[in-house]
Ligand binder design. Sequence first.
Ligand SMILES: *Cc1c(COP(=O)(O)O)cnc(C)c1O
Length: 402
Amino acid sequence: MKKAEINARAEETKYYGEFGGQYVPDAIKPALNEIATCYQEVKHDTRFRDELAGFLKDYAGRETPLYYAEGLTKYLGGAKIYFKREDLNHLGAHKINNALGQILLAKRMGKKQIIAETGAGQHGVATAAAATKLGLDCKIYMGQLDTERQKLNVFRMRLMGAEVAAVGGPNGILEDAIHAAFADLAENYQDTYYLVGSAVGPYPYPEMVRDFQSVISKEARRQFLDKEGRLPDAVIACVGGGSNAIGAFDNFIDDSSVRLIGAEAAGKGIDTPQNAATLTLGTVGVNDGMKSYVLQDQNGQPLPVYTISAGLDYPGVGPEHSLLKDIKRAEYYAITDDEAVNAFQLTSKLEGIIPALESSHAIAEAIKVAPQMGKDQLLMVNVSGRGDKDVRQVADYLGEEI
Ligand SMILES: *Cc1c(COP(=O)(O)O)cnc(C)c1O
């Protein structure tokens, strides 16, 4: 299936193959349809695109480099490895690309307040920054337990003027925050915009978030043609909800010579219950407003998931990935905590770059794939974020006292 066909069908039916849709209470559908209509209008509007490009350049720091990872390449002895350096964006990850895009849309729609939900806090921080930058009020829903586990990110959000609402009682987690955000949207959508942080949720979010993150592959495609005179042979990205991966894949979907590879979290192993390997082990179901692969129990309830990497700790996945898996356009493999931590250490040592634990899953997959490829082949790894946030956790994992 070509990209244009996937997109045309999604715009018409709200589905990617059998995946996607709008599995939400009726009260929320008018809000979603208003967003979808406005988005279809602005997405081809030159003024909107120029304004977004301006913020991506001067505020987020794009374009991000395509960097030849010579140390890792020589060490592995196979394909020539390039890192797409999303870790060099403002706030240290790709999330700002999407936050800026949706907040500019919200402004166009005349909304006054941004709401979002966050688990580990990274998306909340990116949303708080972009909202205050563009002069909108911002309220971040967070499970109460998560606010205690992520005090530093709560403080960051408050510094940037956001209100952080702790929900769900003492055991409150991301699911509680998502419910609170949807309830707020249903009641207040006249002046409130719900900013979703990954390529998940009811239509049109998977499409919008993909489009805002597709700047990654748009730049990378041009950068490969400039540097190497040809496209990469494979692109690898980590998959939580799937936004950095779909953004890294998007402009290569029609190039059948480019292998597209997603790395999800195997946690302590896919033969244990402690993993987040949705596309490897999940079954088709409905959660968070969409139909997609999901790790679920007999009753369709999402299972508790585990991974060392907070950003990959999600039982679902974006619907377009489920389609790409089923039509065999993309491949998905699971990486354990041990493999990710090894990649984290190796990249720090060989490249002087400390990657996020999420991104370390993609690098760990590259460590497996690159040696099987020829020296004349090109491999891109999307380094979705920087690992400064993760050093304490890795030290604990390795049993080192700091
Ligand atoms: C949030 C996050 C992810 C996972 O989210 P996706 O939507 O799957 O991209 C990956 N890497 C980093 C650095 C993140 O902050």
